[in-house]
Ligand binder design. Structure first.
Ligand code: GLU
Length: 451
């Protein structure tokens, strides 16, 4: 059975790249009827923080990436110690102690191999050949080898007793029965060293298949980092993206599902295949993400959107502790086709929740340019008399008036919309009036030409 894992280090929030790795693993597990393990790699005792662990788990749950098994490496130190002792027991040619740390004797182990090279059949990149001397040379700095190439031995357990990332990772992957390691391309160079560790530990038959995912670039073509703005999944949540939309966007970062772009997770995971993952870097683009989010908001259920938007309206001081939820639902129904993120509602529909609105100088000049004050006054008086203030009534009052005045409705629609909403665009005028309510509609019509 396929078993994959997502192995974040809790040294920061779950970022976009990590979420994409988690997602691809998750989809692969679902596509194959396999299992997905979440393993918190908190062996770096200084940099790992429980709050990051909680944040990562929350973000995963928010994205809908559930796990079948959960492990924390800090609970497993005894296992790593035992494995290190086992290697020490095999003699210096395998592992040795120096300055309180335990080292893997890469020099000796690689001498046993016919060649100083190792290859990995990566499921995405194909066969990748590594020159061990080049990769792990004592004289290598920033990828440049100077002088004689000589292999550097590898720390397995540090002097403080904590295992190194590669050592704990290999032991866990082998003992947890991980069949496929799907991770970022930045880990490609760790792979040959990890293969040597599997062999030394006697797990040679447990070496998983590897798939290294292309990096994610920011819009300027450099690797995505904090400089590019929001990198944490929770930042996107705060910015008003829906989890379904973010997941849909992330799956397109490196995977080509065909010509569909809007692909909900439950459909995507049955189609997911590693063969369709690209080798070349993926590019993160805010415009595309906003477009996908808009599609999901449009399709989302009004009640769900209302639950998400009400706290935002409260935070912005647009509603208090008691509010008319039904009215908010109607308004969201009107505006959800015009939003890219949830806070767009506050921007576009905020005029429904304030007593006064302010028109820009241009809007005032536009109203003044064609004096409709007489029509505004009549419209206000008649609407004030309406006993039912719904779409049909406001429309009838409006249409009767323009017929009487002998003007085209378009001549009055635009200035009325400006006066009511301080915007030149929006949903239908009568829908807008109905949700704005009689008092505010009449008051704004009456004051429009006074300002
Ligand atoms: N803890 C490692 C990381 O966060 C995991 C790498 C791996 O998947 O092997 O980068």
């Amino acid at each position: 059975m396929v078993k994959v894992r997502f192995a974040p280090s809790p040294t920061g929030n779950l970022h976009i790249g990590g979420a994409r790795t988690a997602l691809f693993n998750w989809m692969y597990a679902k596509a194959q009827g396999g299992q997905f393990v979440l393993r918190v790699e908190d062996t770096d005792l200084e940099r790992s923080k429980p709050e990051y662990e909680a944040e990562i788990m929350n973000s995963m749950a928010w994205l809908g990436l559930t796990w079948d098994e959960f492990y924390k490496q800090s609970d497993r130190f005894a296992i790593y110690k035992e494995q290190a002792e086992k290697l020490l027991g095999q003699g210096e040619e395998v592992a040795y102690k120096k300055d309180g740390a335990i080292f893997l004797n890469i020099k000796a182990l690689s001498r046993r191999r016919p060649k100083q090279e190792i290859f990995v059949d990566d499921l995405i990149r194909g066969r990748v050949q590594f020159d061990l001397m080049f990769l792990y040379s004592e004289h290598e700095k920033d990828g440049v080898v100077s002088g004689e190439k000589e292999l550097r031995d590898e720390v397995l357990v540090k002097s403080d007793g904590a295992p190194t990332y590669s050592f704990a990772c290999v032991i866990d992957d082998a003992m947890m029965g991980i069949t496929h390691v799907i991770r970022g391309e930045d880990h490609l160079t760790n792979t040959p060293k990890q293969v040597l560790m599997y062999e030394a530990l006697g797990f040679g038959d447990k070496v998983p298949k590897f798939a290294h995912l292309p990096m994610i670039m920011g819009e300027d073509g450099t690797r995505m980092s904090k400089r590019h703005g929001a990198t944490a999944v929770s930042d996107y949540r705060k910015m008003g993206f829906l989890p379904e939309a973010l997941v849909n966007y992330l799956m397109l970062l490196g995977w080509s599902p065909g010509n569909e772009e809007i692909l909900p997770l439950k459909n995507a995971c049955t189609k997911f295949s590693i063969k369709k993952v690209n080798k070349s870097a993926a590019q993160f683009g805010m415009e595309k993400l906003r477009w996908i989010n808009a599609q999901y908001i449009k399709k989302a259920d009004v009640l769900t959107l209302t639950d998400l938007i009400v706290p935002m309206l409260k935070d912005a001081g647009l509603i208090g502790e008691t509010y008319d939820r039904g009215r908010i639902e109607v308004a969201i129904g009107l505006f959800k086709g015009r939003m890219s993120t949830l806070p767009d509602f506050l921007e576009r529909a905020g005029f429904l929740f304030t007593k006064d609105i302010s028109l820009t100088d241009e809007m005032k000049a536009e109203l003044a340019a064609k004096d409709m004050s007489a029509a505004f006054a009549l419209l206000a008086d008649r609407l004030a008399q309406a006993t039912v203030f719904d779409i049909a009534t406001t429309e009838k009052v409006f249409r009767d008036l323009v017929a009487e005045l002998g003007i085209a409705s378009g001549e009055l629609v635009h200035p009325v919309r400006l006066a009511l909403s301080a915007s030149a665009i929006g949903p239908g005028l009568f829908e807008t009036m109905a949700v704005l309510g009689k008092d505010l509609t009449v008051a704004r019509l009456r004051s429009a030409y006074l300002k």
